[in-house]
Design a protein around this ligand. Structure first.
Ligand code: SF4
Length: 82
């Protein structure tokens, strides 16, 4: 999963770009649900939120490190659930 650091300026451009609906506005800044984030694996070659974030505040989450295979399995599970 990716995560949003406290450098977020709440610009809102990332939320609509996420194909998994993993991004939402939190109490103070935007947040990524690690259960929904596939780092865009299965949808795009690169994470779309990272592409659009103007302040580059969306790194990989060190607390939720996943391999490409794990991310792809999550993608397949999310698609099956709908
Ligand atoms: Fe925050 Fe970056 Fe998303 Fe804008 S694009 S809301 S700065 S994480």
């Amino acid at each position: 999963s990716l995560f949003i650091t406290d450098e977020c300026i709440n610009c809102d451009v990332c939320e609509p770009e996420c194909p998994n609906g993993a991004i939402s506005q939190g109490a103070e800044i935007y947040e990524i649900d690690p259960d929904l984030c596939t780092e865009c694996v299965g949808h795009f070659d690169t994470p779309q939120c990272v592409e659009v974030c103007p302040v580059d505040c969306i790194p990989k989450d060190p607390d939720h490190e996943e391999t490409h295979d794990q991310l792809y399995t999550k993608y397949e599970t999310l698609m099956a659930v709908g």
